[in-house]
Write a protein that binds this ligand. Structure first.
Ligand code: T6T
Length: 315
């Protein structure tokens, strides 16, 4: 069946940016702080951001933690603040725990733009750019429902509680399941953003529920790990797997039939639009508070026509 597209929509709540910056920040310098280093989603985001920064005549740097964890992202951010860039584009690793460190950037006169994840406190960032993650979770449930013929027990493998994006995907998925009474939820299990833990969750779930019909993996690590778990159990294709994201490994898994559908985001556009908002703030132009980038469900049939959504390992 044809790919389902969720188109980009921008909710404009125009708020004026201040003219240039104060407090000795370098108004021509932008820094991206992703959730984690060396991961295709954030590499693709960096590629989009970097190209746009160059285009607009801004210097651009990326500083990333080695793991997706607020305790590791905080010192990276603190170091970035000390360098006094004009703006920081950040993917907060936790919706509450990162509020106070990010507020320090704001208090230092640095423009803060959220890319992908967001804080619960909406008063700190000037703009947030992301997929509509609740809708993405609903789309995943609809996609999985078709694959399992609307019947049977299904499991959600999530990353870490407190990650705004993946929490919303799980909520959207569970909400949409209510429209599919033949499917039952086995609940949500967390893999700590480690693929190996997702594989173990699949092994344990299959032992307790040999009739498992489907899995929704809310991001790259959970989907890559769930595929490994199904492969180890000899259940490939039998248990249907829908995963968020489109890393090179996930795309290969879709080609092989290990995974049945990917909900691909557009991280390059998140990065590009993040830079546009940062530059608007630095140049005193109006900002858009919430921007939704596009997202698409890709199956084997629609792989060939959606290569632009595949994530990159380098720019
Ligand atoms: O799914 C993306 C991102 O949107 C999410 O916030 C965290 O996980 C990823 O980076 C994929 O690993």
């Amino acid at each position: 069946w044809a790919a389902v597209m969720v188109t980009a929509a921008a909710a404009v709540t125009g708020c004026g940016g201040s003219v240039s910056d104060s407090g000795g920040t370098d108004a021509k310098k932008l820094v991206l702080v992703p959730g984690v280093a060396n991961e295709p989603f954030y590499i693709s985001m960096q590629c989009g951001a970097q190209a746009q920064a160059e285009q607009l005549g801004y210097s651009f740097d990326t500083q990333a933690p080695t793991q997706f964890d607020a305790s590791l992202q905080t010192p990276v951010l603190t170091g970035v603040i000390a360098g006094k860039p004009g703006a920081i584009l950040i993917a907060p690793a936790h919706a509450q725990a990162m509020a106070s460190p990010i507020k320090q950037a704001k208090d230092a006169g640095i423009k803060v733009i959220e890319v992908d994840t967001a804080l619960e406190d909406t008063s700190i960032a000037l703009s947030s750019i992301s997929s509509d993650n609740t809708k993405g979770g609903e789309l995943a449930a609809q996609t999985l429902a078709k694959l399992v013929g609307d019947r049977g027990p299904v499991l959600v493998i999530n990353t870490k509680a407190g990650t705004s994006t993946t929490d919303q995907r799980a909520q959207g998925f569970e909400a949409e399941l209510k429209n599919h009474p033949g499917m039952t939820s086995l609940g949500v299990q967390y893999n700590n953003n480690e693929a190996a833990q997702a594989a173990s969750i699949v092994t344990a779930t299959l032992a307790a529920h040999p009739d498992l019909a489907g899995i929704f993996a809310t991001n790259l690590s959970s989907a890559e790990g769930a595929a490994t778990g199904l492969r180890n159990a000899g259940k490939l294709g039998q248990v249907k797997l829908v995963g968020f994201d489109a890393s090179p490994k996930q795309v290969q898994d879709l080609k092989d039939g290990t995974i049945q559908a990917l909900i691909a985001q557009n991280p390059g556009d998140i990065g590009k639009q993040g830079v546009d908002q940062a530059v608007a703030a630095l140049e005193g132009k109006p900002l858009t508070r919430t921007i939704r980038t596009d997202m698409i469900a890709i199956t084997q049939d629609s792989l060939a026509t959606n290569e632009q959504y595949f994530y990159k390992s380098k720019c």
